[in-house]
Structures are given as structure tokens and as C-alpha cells.
Design a protein around this ligand. Structure first.
Ligand code: NAD
Length: 295
């Protein structure tokens, strides 16, 4: 038994070097998180301005840490030095684990995953940070789907402890073990879930948002609902504010996916306020106006 345990431990790939695909809100945050824990990270995007945004995001988080006295100049320099920005796949050829965080589009993700598999070593692990696309569907783009799983971080990455690790039908136990260990190394809390629409968190969250939307359509004042949930119920933020943080584009897309994927649990809502705000280009915090105005 003891020997078996040792053998299983030896099979778990140690993740030393990370590559992140996409330097957006999530890619930038994930790169920062790994780098801040001492892991060398290659961050790849398709354009220099996008890479600059990702690097600026990391610098901003570190700057705030310095203001609060939690980060000193050495830590700042070390963390930033750990992130290597690139426009070339070849720079990430030594990565032990690649985390794909490009736009939420199955076609783009499919292309990127294929290109990744052609670049990295045979035993490198490949993960996707998708919020809504089926891990089994994405796995079809890979020759070795056993090395692939979901690794779903939450926004903002540096503040949210949870990472959902999503097991596809073909994901191997070794892959899950390695990603769990890498998540812990990155200072996050992993949970392993099976592939299904919404995984765990969004399965709970989106029916809650739908309930909120129906209340607003019934005539409830969104700010009054927020006040009750925050001040009286004790949640850190109410549903309208949380939707502004998530973004109306993301929320509208995700609730559509959930309604299609689990119609027995969630239906599309006619005139959903989230969809109306999205169509009116009130996306939330990201463009300065959603349910609330952000000055
Ligand atoms: P974003 O639009 O901020 O960033 C996407 C980045 O991908 C951009 O910098 C873009 O230039 C880059 N990109 C596009 N095509 C590329 C390619 N072929 N190769 C490399 N880079 C490419 O998006 P985001 O909000 O960071 O979301 C990224 C992923 O994370 C999506 O799958 C999304 O569903 C998921 N996610 C988002 C959130 C969130 O709250 N924003 C939370 C959890 C998961």
C-alpha cells in the first residue's frame, strides 16, 4: 500500500514553469498570481498592447500592495521579473502547464489549444479558464485529451481564493493531481468538479441572478435589493453590484449558456434587465456604467 502511494506521488507532475495564453483581465491576473508565488510565467497574447495591459495589471496590483505595506520593492521586482511577455508560441515550449485564458469563443480556443499542443512537451499539462464552454468539447481539439482539464479562476484573480478544476471525461487522474498541486502552489483553494454547464459556482450564482432579474421585473428597486443583501443579510455585495463587477456581456452570455444547458433549472427571461443593459452598452464596471454609474 505504502509503495503504491509513493508511486502515485511520483507520477504527479511538478509544475515549475507556467504559460498563460491571453493577457486580458484573467490572463494578466493568473500570470501575476503564479509569478507572485515565485513561479516563472510566460504570458502570450497576439498583440503588444494586450501584453502591456496584462503587465500593467500585475504592476497595479503590486503597487496597491506597496501602498498597504504588504509588498516591498524587492518583491515587486521579483514578481514582475518572473513574467515573460511574448507574442511567440516558441517562448512557452518549456512550460509544465499552460493555462488558456483567451476570449470566450470555442473556435478561437480550439485553434489556440491545437497550437499549444504542437508547441509544448508531450507531458505538459494544458488547462482552460473557460467559464461556460464544455471541457469535453474543448478536449476534442487535442491529440492527448488526458492531459487537459478546466482550471477556472475567479475575478479578480489575486483576491478570489477559489479555483474550480474541471475534470473532462478523458482527463487523467495524474492531470487532476498535478493541477490540484499547482493550484495550491499558486496560493489558491482547489475544488474538483465534473464537466457540466456552470460547473459549481455559476450553477449557484446564475439562478440567483435570474431570481434577482425577476424581482426587478416585478418592480423591485435594484439598489434596495442590494442594500438588503449587503447591510441586512450580510453579503459583501448585492446582486446588482455583483453583476456590474462580472460585466453584463459576460453575464448575458453565461445565463444563455446555462438556460440552454440546464433548461430544467434555468429558463431565459423575457426582457431580462441584464440583457437590456447589455444591449444599451451598460456593461458594468468595465465601461463605467451598468446598474450603477462608476465615475
Ligand atoms: P479579455 O477579453 O480581457 O482577454 C482576452 C485576451 O485574449 C485578450 O488580451 C486578447 O488579445 C487575447 N487573445 C485573443 N485571441 C488570442 C490568441 N489567439 N492567442 C493569445 N491571446 C489571444 O477576457 P477575460 O475576461 O480575461 O476572459 C478570458 C477567459 O477567462 C474567457 O474564457 C472567460 O470566459 C474566462 N473567465 C473570465 C472571467 C471574468 O470575470 N472576466 C472570470 C472567469 C473566467
Amino acid at each position: 500500500k505504502g509503495k503504491g502511494k509513493k508511486a502515485a506521488k511520483a507520477a504527479t507532475k511538478a509544475v515549475e514553469q507556467v504559460a498563460v495564453l491571453g493577457a486580458g483581465i484573467m490572463g494578466g491576473g493568473i500570470a501575476y498570481q503564479a509569478a507572485s508565488k515565485g513561479m516563472p510565467v510566460v504570458m502570450k497574447d497576439i498583440a503588444q498592447p494586450a501584453l502591456d495591459l496584462g503587465l500593467n495589471e500585475a504592476a497595479k496590483i503590486l503597487g496597491k500592495g506597496m501602498q498597504k505595506g504588504k509588498v516591498d520593492a524587492t518583491k515587486m521586482a521579483k514578481t514582475l521579473n518572473n513574467i515573460v511577455p511574448t507574442l511567440e508560441y516558441s517562448t512557452m515550449k518549456n512550460a509544465d502547464m499552460v493555462i488558456e485564458a483567451v476570449v470566450e469563443n470555442p473556435k478561437v480556443k480550439g485553434i489556440v489549444l491545437k497550437e499549444t499542443e504542437q508547441t509544448v512537451a508531450d507531458d505538459a499539462i494544458i488547462c482552460s479558464n473557460t467559464s461556460t464552454i464544455s471541457i469535453n468539447q474543448l478536449a476534442e481539439n487535442l491529440d492527448k485529451p488526458e492531459r487537459f482539464c478546466g482550471m477556472h479562476f475567479f475575478n479578480p484573480v489575486h483576491r478570489m481564493p477559489l479555483v474550480e478544476i474541471i475534470r473532462g471525461e478523458k482527463t487523467s487522474d495524474d492531470t487532476i493531481a498535478a493541477v490540484v498541486a499547482a493550484t495550491l502552489k499558486m496560493g489558491k483553494t482547489p475544488i474538483v468538479v465534473n464537466d457540466c454547464p456552470g460547473f459549481l459556482v455559476n450553477r449557484v450564482l446564475f439562478p440567483y441572478f435570474a431570481g434577482f432579474s425577476k424581482l426587478v421585473l416585478d418592480g423591485a428597486d435594484f439598489a434596495a435589493v442590494d442594500k438588503v443583501m449587503e447591510k441586512q443579510f450580510g453579503w459583501p455585495m448585492g446582486p446588482a453590484y455583483l453583476l456590474d463587477v462580472v460585466g453584463m456581456d459576460t453575464a448575458d452570455h453565461a445565463s444563455g449558456v446555462m438556460a440552454d444547458g440546464i433548461p430544467e433549472r434555468m429558463q431565459k427571461i423575457d426582457n431580462d434587465p441584464v440583457t437590456c443593459l447589455y444591449k444599451a452598452e451598460r456593461l458594468g464596471q468595465k465601461n463605467g456604467k451598468g446598474f450603477y454609474d462608476f465615475g
